[in-house]
Write a protein that binds this ligand. Sequence first.
Ligand code: AHG
Ligand code: MN
Ligand code: MN
Length: 334
Amino acid sequence: MTQKISLTRYLVEQQRDHGHIPSQLRLLLEVVARCCKTISHAVNKGDLGDVMGTATSENVQGEVQKKLDIIANDVLIEANEWGGHLAAMASEEMEGIHVVPNRYPQGEYLLLFDPLDGSSNIDINVSIGTIFSVLKKPEDHAGVSEKDFLQKGTAQVAAGYCVYGPQTTLVLTVGDGVAMFTLDREQGSFILTNESLRIPEDTKEFAINMSNMRHWDEPVKRYIDECLAGKTGARKKDFNMRWVASMVAEVHRILSRGGVFLYPWDKREPEKPGKLRLMYEANPMAWLVEQAGGTATNGKQRILDIQPKALHERVSVILGAKNEVDRVTSYHAG
Ligand code: AHG
Ligand code: MN
Ligand code: MN
């Protein structure tokens, strides 16, 4: 019988064989994975638990919070406070950073997360997820502030997501490719099911919210028009389209079978650079995609090279199959 490799074993072996994962980082990733299991159980309860529907509060982005947004946020905060591996955390659901309380030792890492991505899908039983990004706190000063979080995506030391779909699947990079782990509910552990995900350079599948078409900029319109023209158009092939409205589910599909995803800037809120958030949505996904051989840009520049100016900064996102992302990016240059 082939031996199953648990997440713990994978991390220990990465640490031993490649020196990628210091022990504090390993602890951090194990705690995040445990949180994802807890969130997965809460998600699965559905109407049988007090987890569905809307809370009475709004988050910093002015979006009405769902009960599960708050539950998932609390799970991640509570589990990551006491281990001594973190200095502070930041979340889509909290305006400011959450510094590890004085009663616990302070570690050297910073954790950012979107505790529940795809919130509009919670109540209709469609895939949702958790996205996370790990940075190192700058070493040149004591204490920790929001400014310490404003690092480029290239500075990430780990990034990943967990998708709560027909299976619960954790996808992770520590800078040495992308590994996928499936939750074995009988054993209660994540088991390695793919150790090197790759995104083909070409695709016939795109993902974009077509209802925003009239608001798009010219380069995005041109790209999608050419896809829609199919075999008889400039691209000389037919395209398929998917839109789940969960970035986690879209990126998971792209890492599993290829494709391209766009959430571009549009004219609805022209002062904002896009809908998705740079630090805890775009950066971790961009790094995963690059680690799997794909590309991620905002139309003009590599997402991982953007210098963040604010914790909740937004960004235009084009990611996935290298040749498609390069094409859309070149249309912006033209
Ligand atoms: P969140 O639930 O964390 O606010 O994120 C939802 C995001 C993202 O997951 C998805 O790609 C996008 O919103 C869907 O937006 P539309 O509803 O505009 O399609
Ligand atoms: Mn999200
Ligand atoms: Mn969210």
